[in-house]
Write a protein that binds this ligand. Sequence first.
Ligand code: COA
Length: 177
Amino acid sequence: MITDSHTGPAIIRSAESADLPWLQEIEVAAGEQFRRLGMAAVADDEPPTLAELERLRRAGAAWVAAADDGTIVAYLVAEEVDGALHVEQVTVHPDAARRGLGRALIEHAAGHARDRALPALTLTTFRDVAWNAPYYERLGFRVLGDDELSPGLVRIRAAEAALGLDRWPRVCMRREL
Ligand SMILES: CC(C)(COP(=O)(O)OP(=O)(O)OC[C@H]1O[C@@H](n2cnc3c(N)ncnc32)[C@H](O)[C@@H]1OP(=O)(O)O)[C@@H](O)C(=O)NCCC(=O)NCCS
């Protein structure tokens, strides 16, 4: 349990099907932060579909942070990619940001990966956005060189480029566990 003076305690638990529409809402709300950086296309990006969220949930790597009144304020979805746990999305509602929930969700995913003897977490993110690559660096991730990308990460990066995300520098990152 994470206690916080503003939101009260928050509990991390596995996501349930009924939670998934809230995850989409959190994604849209958090995306707004990109608009003021001139990255409106990111803000306007569709959230993950319910089908995609349900697929990740069923695979057993989808968690939410719920406030003590049950409100879901953050989530993380991940899946195994080339032998590492790949964080597909970690998002905190802006009203609950900067209170350690992002960090707690990443630590939760790290524990899940360790339990499965996976050696690392990976993710892709924007290099120059303060709450993206610099934030993950503080949590122990390092930027991978192009020659270090596994085939699955190359495919993920190609899919992101096809969606237009490479208008801003993006990087793959990895944290050893
Ligand atoms: C990235 C994210 C998950 C971090 O979660 P969080 O719970 O807010 O972060 P934590 O409380 O664990 O850590 C806080 C630190 O993150 C960084 N940070 C978070 N939000 C920030 C912001 N808007 N501007 C600058 N730094 C920010 C700061 O270093 C902050 O420390 P500080 O408050 O002492 O300055 C959250 O900001 C988010 O959902 N962002 C929008 C979605 C997103 O970018 N997802 C990742 C795409 S790859």
